[in-house]
Design a protein around this ligand. Structure first.
Ligand SMILES: N[C@@H](CCC(=O)N[C@@H](CS)C(=O)NCC(=O)O)C(=O)O
Length: 215
């Protein structure tokens, strides 16, 4: 059965691949699962039909027959459980890969989201300039430790896993800030993720929808 995911009718990032449907597309591409996409406007996301699938009125969602999921982490985990390729077979290695999924979304992403909020949504506030360095340092405090853990390895724990897929996706959100480039090994790690054929396909698919049209 071909699953259907939702994505923005037009992503506010103009095709940079930062909207979370890209993470789901990437996971689907990694496991070789064809999928369909239903594009939704902001108004449609808040309408009852969509709220019945996503209680918070957001994207992405995932529908597979009677199964309806929301939350990117949950969707990627479901795909990783149903298909080979995103989680190791060994019990302990699998548990560690799942731990990295949680670490990406629960530990690394929150300060990055705070930085995005400070840079984009709060930049006209009178206290914005004063607050920004504090928020950036909170991001660095997490990346310092992540960078030490990764060291010279290609991936976080052995072979590429759903943990890497989510961690790379989260770190990608930092590119515009310049902070990622302060960490040579993390910048190379993200570049390795982006070079994966599955990511290239996922990025191209969302870009085709979201790229600004030239007229
Ligand atoms: N924790 C959720 C966050 C979902 C989320 O923030 N989605 C954004 C797009 S990346 C969205 O739909 N924003 C529009 C809105 O909140 O109105 C997940 O990981 O799926």
């Amino acid at each position: 059965m071909t699953p259907t995911i939702t994505g923005f009718e037009r992503s506010p990032d103009g095709g940079k691949g930062l909207a979370r449907d890209t993470r789901v597309r990437w996971a689907l591409e990694e496991v070789g699962q064809p999928y369909e996409v239903r594009l939704v406007s902001f108004a449609q996301m808040k309408a009852p039909e969509h709220l019945a699938i996503h209680p918070f009125g957001q994207i992405p969602t995932y529908e597979e027959g009677p199964l309806r999921l929301f939350e990117t982490g949950s969707i990627v985990f479901h795909l990783a459980e149903q298909h080979a390729g995103l989680l190791p077979g060994d019990r302990d290695a699998r548990a560690r890969a799942i731990t990295w999924m949680f670490a990406a979304l629960n530990t690394v992403e929150p300060p990055i989201l705070e930085l995005m909020t400070a840079r984009i949504f709060e930049r006209d506030k009178p206290w914005s300039e004063e607050r920004l360095p504090l928020v950036k340092d909170r991001v660095r405090a997490t990346l310092d430790k992540l960078s030490v853990h990764l060291g010279a390895a290609d991936w976080l724990d052995g072979a590429f896993s759903a943990g890497d897929l989510l961690m790379v996706s989260v770190l990608l959100r930092l590119r515009m800030s310049g902070i990622l480039d302060e960490y040579e090994n993390l910048a190379a790690y993200v570049a390795r993720g982006e070079a994966r054929p599955a990511y290239v396909r996922a990025f191209a698919a969302q870009f085709a929808v979201n790229a600004p049209s030239i007229s």
